[in-house]
Design a protein around this ligand. Structure first.
Ligand SMILES: [Zn+2]
Length: 209
């Protein structure tokens, strides 16, 4: 089975007067078909809890640098976080609803300029890196948490942990993770491609993938 073609950001974003953010429903569809659909050759069961999750993807034309590194991706919960007044929060929620129809479980923002020119493996490693942040909460015993009212998974943002590194390294190679010495999975050839990513993720402030 062939992988579905990778989505690209709209060229107009990179032009003068282009919008700083554009919703990317085609990325959501591509993620579903590429990583979540069991029939995909690169489906990743590590993301199984996201099967019914609403993930809003955004391209951004805003260059973001942090601690000397360029931030190329970020994963956040869908509802606006942080200290905000009532009107600021309501305004932010309205914007999010206009982009995604409703407030999603997660919002993943991708640097449009980077994604327009990076290789397929780098793009996949970046998107999967952000997906690994989109986790299901666990209870005190480590069992996956489900909402008592809806029965749906309870979602949280997860930081990097060894398990996550193993998953990305297994699939994209140790160079993409920057943690070659950490994991045995690196001893096996990567399942998808070798990806070398030198940029940063805004969520973890660590090297992407
Ligand atoms: Zn990250």
């Amino acid at each position: 089975m062939k992988l579905s073609a990778r989505p690209y950001p709209p060229i107009t974003m990179m032009e003068v007067g282009g919008k700083p953010f554009e919703p990317a429903p085609d990325v959501a569809a591509w993620v579903e078909a590429t990583f979540l659909d069991d029939a995909s050759p690169v489906a990743n069961p590590d993301h199984a809890h996201l099967a019914n999750a609403h993930i809003g993807f955004l391209w951004t034309a805003i260059e973001n640098n942090s601690k000397g590194r360029r931030v190329i991706g970020q994963c956040e919960t869908g509802s606006p976080q942080g200290a905000m007044g009532k009107w600021s929060r309501a305004r932010a929620v309205q914007q999010i609803e206009e982009w995604f129809g409703s407030v999603p479980d997660f919002i993943i923002t991708l640097d449009a300029a980077y994604c327009a020119q990076c290789g397929d493996a780098e793009f996949m490693a970046l998107v999967e890196h952000e997906l690994y942040h989109a986790a299901q909460d666990v209870d005190a015993f480590g069992a996956p948490k489900f909402s008592k009212s809806t029965g749906e998974p309870v979602f949280v943002i997860r930081g990097h942990d060894v398990e996550q590194f193993v998953g990305v390294v297994r699939r994209y190679g140790a160079d993409a993770s920057g943690v070659r010495e950490m994991v045995d999975a690196a001893n096996r050839p990567p399942e998808i491609a070798r990806a070398r990513i030198e940029h940063a993720c805004g969520t973890c402030q660590l090297r992407v993938a």
